[in-house]
Design a protein around this ligand. Structure first.
Ligand code: BG6
Length: 486
């Protein structure tokens, strides 16, 4: 962070949800914790006309309402003195000049710049181009970095195109493609869990693991985001980014060192080993009433739920299916990875005829109820041969205290300020991710074997087809965290 120069953080899309829900609260928290210096100016910009004070008030209200933080008044007063707002139209060159002038006045000399693109994705190219054209992207004695929100492109082709535009203005070392799942402590802990312990890694392979399930379920529906979501759908919104990040951490080979390139090389390698997904191995569905939502196109076929099965063609994972599912308006909010181990080869106990063994499974609870659970079978005390599935559990709050888990954006913003790209996505990773999901999206449009768009009740666990889909392989969806433990 420290080359001694002042820092300005410029947020494009400052009147949007992300800024008040995540970015400003994360910066505020880090400032209170003393992780970022007092001299940082945070400048929001968007088309709406606000005064500095109106912007500050909005950020304050948004933070209290949406992030649940109750700020200490003095802390907020101090923080908000460095919060500014400059109205501007992303498409107008003159507005970049105004912005530059404002920044120059505040900085009073050479300064580092962090540009955060929190706008709708369609504006990313124009902002990046203008920053380049106006000389605002220069990097040398001072640094300038750009953070680009997801989705990075709409498919492989547009991601490559966007990358070219970005690279015309910024060098790769200045570019931070953010996926907030990588900022989650529980996601980062997957690597620590795997590579700081010796007991699990020997069984982390096809010899012991029957299959893996990754569930990212949300109880909220599309809310007011239909403008974006109706074009994106659940796959673009969740799969090439959050899912594949969790997948790579879980499935990658151990990197030689924990540095940005070594880790990202391994992530790309395992992505390259994913076998093309068959359209028959997918499910898509929409929750009832989605079509009546504000901003949703008439007869919209946008899926709000998807499940798919993928295989990894490498030595470790050959033949082990990974089942992924995600949806909006589901029964509960939970992100978890369940690793289901193989059943014992021979049952030597005198168990009842209708006995059905629950396999051992390890649940990595990403959120909420962050922690790790290990399910195993145990004998019920007494003379009978009854058994029960029980859990060994680790919960972050119980071990590290209630406030132990900072929001993902806090960590990621600090990493950008420190110039550490380890938890950010490299362009080859993004391109690989799109080339995994693009064929599924194309097949849904054109293949005669494509599953039809199912419907599901809000508050359910998805369409009946999703149960049938996994039942075909004589397996069931499993949850191992929160109320589902034990
Ligand atoms: C965002 C998606 O990237 O992730 C949203 O655009 C989704 O649709 C959100 O709700 C989920 O994030 P989290 O951290 O709440 O699981």
């Amino acid at each position: 962070m420290d080359n001694g120069l002042p820092i300005s953080i410029v947020i494009f899309g400052a009147s949007g949800d992300l800024t008040r829900r995540k970015l400003v609260p994360a910066l505020f928290q880090q400032r209170v914790k003393g992780q970022i210096p007092n001299s940082i100016n945070i400048v929001g910009t968007s088309r709406s006309e606000f005064s500095h004070d109106e912007f500050r008030q909005q950020m304050f209200e948004g933070m209290v309402e949406l992030s649940g933080i109750v700020p200490d008044e003095n802390d907020w007063d101090e923080f908000s003195q460095d919060l500014w707002y400059v109205p501007g139209d992303i498409g107008q060159e003159a507005d970049y000049e105004k912005l530059e002038q404002f920044l120059g006045e505040k900085e009073g000399g050479p300064a580092n710049r962090l540009y955060y693109l929190a706008t709708a994705p369609r504006f990313f190219p124009v902002i990046v181009k203008e920053l380049g054209k106006q000389g605002m992207a220069t990097d040398g004695d001072r640094w300038s970095r750009v953070v680009i929100e997801k989705p990075f492109g709409h498919n492989l082709e547009s991601a490559v195109e966007l990358d070219e535009i970005v690279h015309a203005a910024f060098n790769e070392h200045q570019v931070y493609r953010i996926d907030h799942y990588m900022g989650k402590e529980t996601a980062q802990n997957i690597l620590y869990f795997r590579f700081l312990n010796t007991i699990f890694e020997p069984i982390w392979n096809r010899n012991y693991i029957d299959h893996v399930q990754i569930t990212v379920a949300e109880s909220v529906d599309v809310e007011h985001r239909a403008g974006y979501y109706d074009n994106a759908g659940v796959v673009r919104d969740m799969f090439p980014n959050h899912f594949l990040q969790l997948f790579t951490l879980l499935a990658m080979e151990p990197p030689a060192a924990f540095d940005a390139d070594a880790v990202r090389n391994e992530k790309v390698k395992v992505l390259m080993a994913i076998r093309p997904i068959q359209v028959e191995d997918t499910v898509r569905a929409q929750y009832e009433g989605y079509g009546q939502g504000e901003g949703v196109a008439e007869n919209s076929q946008t899926p709000t739920y998807a499940a798919m099965k993928l295989y990894v063609d490498n030595w470790r994972w050959q033949g082990v299916p990974f089942y992924l599912r995600s949806g909006k308006a589901l029964a509960e909010k939970t992100s978890q990875i369940v690793i289901v181990f193989k059943e014992p080869p021979h049952l030597l106990f005198d168990l009842p005829a209708d006995y059905h063994l629950t396999p051992n499974f390890l649940s990595l609870c990403i959120q909420p109820d962050e922690g790790i659970h290990l399910r195993f079978e145990t004998k019920v005390p007494g003379a009978s041969q009854e058994t029960k599935s029980v859990d060994m559990e680790f919960h972050y709050p119980a071990t590290f205290g209630g406030e132990s888990l900072p929001d993902a954006y806090e960590r990621l913003l600090i990493d950008v300020l420190n110039g550490d790209p380890s938890l950010f996505t490299r362009s080859d990773e993004i391109e690989r991710a799109w080339s995994i999901v693009d064929p599924v999206l194309e097949a849904w449009e054109s293949s005669p074997n494509a599953p039809s768009l199912g419907l599901y009740r809000k508050g359910s666990w998805g369409p009946p087809g999703a149960e049938a889909f996994i039942a075909r392989d004589e397996r069931v969806w499993r949850l191992g965290c929160g109320d589902h433990a034990g």
